[in-house]
Design a binder for this molecule. Structure first.
Ligand code: FAD
Length: 378
């Protein structure tokens, strides 16, 4: 067992932190206020090699591993979870299954332009009547000459309002079996896709859409992997991404902790910095301990991904632990700030709203518990 980051991983963290502080932080306030994602970031991320971190160089990536991907996520989320969420929907959810199983033509047409920041990706699984319950999926794809016709709807889809393509899950057979669900790469605009933007409490600058799909034609060339029934790839993708999202949670909590440390020194009560009161010191100690524990669980999850041994229950444990931790730590940060914690002038309210997203998105905490309980035989 080795608990040290390699010099390459350390160097990556330093570089990404410098980049995020210099080029992402100045965009946060305007993006959060306007609830608009600054699209130019995708090009910039590509220029500095931060879009394809965990993909092999042969496929247009940077050739790092999952641990590196988690380090990038932590550093991005430390600055702005909205930006990190859009990045995640693009670099993982929208393209990982294409990298894993796409045809050479699909990789050239979608994966590589996405890694170059030329096309923005998203992923459509959740529906108005079925977020947690994938078996309730109503979106159907009917085979027609030269392709498929899709009809249905998708809810809460990250990047949908700004995406150039979406990876969309649809039922290709009526039975409730995993292989009755297939994945389609849908180029936008598509006349059958009507996308509207949703207003959110958390990750406000990450654009989220509701999609009505009516008789949308998708050519055969855009059926992922050229075959129906790719649902198992989706499950693999979700497991890996839950480890990634857990790293995002560590990043959000770190931001809240750092803001709290600064406030504990700056704010004086009865002539003394509040950090000198034991109650505040203990609060900070709990925050530090919880963040550290979650970070090492995330690193373990990344190690399992890199070794090809990640399973759904382990990924669920990592995500559940980190998401709940981020919620507790960000709430603690608000309490530590007193009234200032409620004011928008301070960032901790935003961190808490953003942390709330991750006890829901990518599978709610209850769903993670269901997955873990199943692995225990219940
Ligand atoms: C900001 C944001 C971005 C998102 N981005 C995307 C995206 O890019 N692509 C995408 O496909 N989806 C996305 N989602 C959707 C997200 O994955 C779902 O919201 C989530 O899976 C929960 O589904 P739901 O909202 O339908 O809640 P529901 O499934 O209706 O759940 C409601 C409540 O019931 C509980 N519950 C449901 N089933 C069970 C059960 N079997 N046992 C115990 N409790 C249960 C849930 O835990 C929850 O508390 C996003 C969501 C948010 C908030």
């Amino acid at each position: 067992m080795d608990f040290a980051y390699s010099p390459e991983h350390e160097q990556l963290r330093t570089t990404v932190r410098r980049f995020a502080e210099a080029e992402m932080a100045p965009l946060v306030e305007e993006a959060e206020e306007s609830e608009r994602f600054p699209r130019q970031l995708f090009r910039r991320w590509a220029e500095v090699g931060l879009l394809g971190v965990r993909y092999p160089e042969a496929d247009g990536g940077a050739g790092f591993d999952k641990l590196a991907d988690c380090i990038v996520r932590e550093e991005f989320s430390r600055i702005c979870q909205s930006f990190a969420s859009s990045w995640s929907a693009h670099t993982h959810l929208g393209i990982w299954p294409i990298w894993r199983t796409g045809t050479p033509e699909q990789k050239a047409r979608f994966l590589q332009p996405a890694l170059r920041g030329e096309k923005i990706a998203g992923f459509g699984l959740s529906e108005p009547d079925g977020g947690s319950d994938i078996r309730a999926m109503k979106t159907r794809a009917t085979k027609v000459d030269g392709g498929y016709r899709l009809t249905g709807s998708k809810m809460y889809i990250t990047n949908a309002p700004i995406a150039d393509f979406l990876l969309v899950a649809a039922r290709t057979a009526p039975e409730l079996k995993p292989d009755s669900i297939s994945l389609f790469i849908v180029e936008l605009p598509n006349p059958g896709f009507a996308i509207s933007s949703l207003k959110k409490e958390g990750i406000r600058a990450s654009e989220t859409g509701l999609i009505y799909i009516e008789d949308a034609f998708v050519p055969d060339s855009c059926l992922l992997a050229g075959r129906e029934g790719t649902y198992p790839v989706l499950l693999e993708s979700l497991s890996e991404n839950r480890v990634g999202v857990a790293a995002n949670c560590v990043g959000i909590a770190t931001a809240a902790f750092e803001a709290s440390m600064a406030y504990a020194e700056e704010r004086k009560v009865r002539g003394k910095p509040i950090g000198s009161y034991q109650a505040i010191g203990h609060r900070l100690a709990d925050m530090a301990a919880e963040i550290e524990a979650a970070r090492w669980l995330v690193n373990y999850g990344a190690w399992r991904v890199d070794g090809g041994t990640i399973d759904a229950a382990t990924a669920a444990k990592v995500k559940l632990t980190a998401a709940d931790m981020a919620l507790r730590v960000t709430e603690s940060a608000i309490r530590l700030h007193g009234g200032a914690g409620i004011m928008r002038e301070y960032p901790v309210g935003r961190h808490h709203r953003d942390a709330l997203v991750y006890v829901i998105g990518e599978g709610t905490a209850e769903i993670q518990r269901n997955i873990i309980a199943r692995s225990l035989g219940f």
